[in-house]
Design a binder for this molecule. Sequence first.
Ligand SMILES: [Zn+2]
Length: 361
Amino acid sequence: MINHLRTLVEATGPSGSEEDVVQLVVNAVRPHADTLDVDAFGNVVVVRRAAHDDARRCIISAHMDEVGFRVYKIGADGFLRLEKLGGFDDRILLAQRVWIRTDSGERLLGIIGSKSAHLLGDNDRSSIVPYAHLYVDIGARSREEVISMGVAIGDPVGFVGSLTELGHQTGRYTAHALDDRAGCAVLLTLLERYEDTPPPVTLILVFSVQEEIGLRGVQALARHLQSDVALALDMTAADDTPEFSSPHLQLGAGPTIKIMDSSTQAHPAIRRGLLAAAEKRGVPVQREVLKGIGTDAGALQYLGQGVPTGAVSVVNRYTHSPVEVLDSRDLVGAVSLLEGFLQDLGNLELGFTSLDEKPSA
Ligand SMILES: [Zn+2]
């Protein structure tokens, strides 16, 4: 799984420019998929069928896109200006390395410049530079030189980095775009579990696009996919660092089972099914109530006439930054939790509540 993650984080794929990630995912799923489709948006939809046609169907979605930018202006001085894709904390953007991905697929290294320490005034020390004032230096001396390198207005820009383990054998890794390439790596690992034997339910794995800018990829899919239940698999934010006194979500304490966030109230049957699957198999999990986050589940819940929907998340520190951190034990836990849930899904009562009498039609 770590190898999948290592490969996936190397690709640059801000929302709407996920082509390189799509290629990696398609290469990885092709040997294991019964059907494989890339739709007009770029969503990759993989079906792995159960042994029986009448088995339930379960969608699990993880997004391929990452927060990033597009080139907004190319100055006469050769510096690039940026427009944002997704939610950022402007404080962390200064002095970062970025890739500019040109239309030919080539990546050019740039850095988000910041005033030299020797030249700072008092105001500079106490103020945050808004992203609209940021600029990228790609070594060019003029607009003409930028253009001759193949850079054009609109080119996607993403953070630079490789997956690296923190400390010594901690099992904790840092990179940009762990959100949500780690979810993609979990889905790839899950799919490989059904290499020799078909899954207990028909599995529809969605590697989605444009999640970070409003769940746009799965919104398109939700109009025609059919499923009995849906899950999103995404990252969520740990608050176990020194800024916070009593953490709600901790790194390494297991994947989270979503109760609510800004986009979803998890369906009670899914929530209970996930909790029971975890308990039965001794997988540590955390319950998540976090208003500041949303996932693909927010769009998947509207499939057809609406389907029971929930979400599983992997806890992540320093989200939407170039130095996101996760614990590999949470990834392993997420695979075990999903595998257990799928095993039990055939017998899971999916009603919103159990009624003594059926409501009249
Ligand atoms: Zn995410």
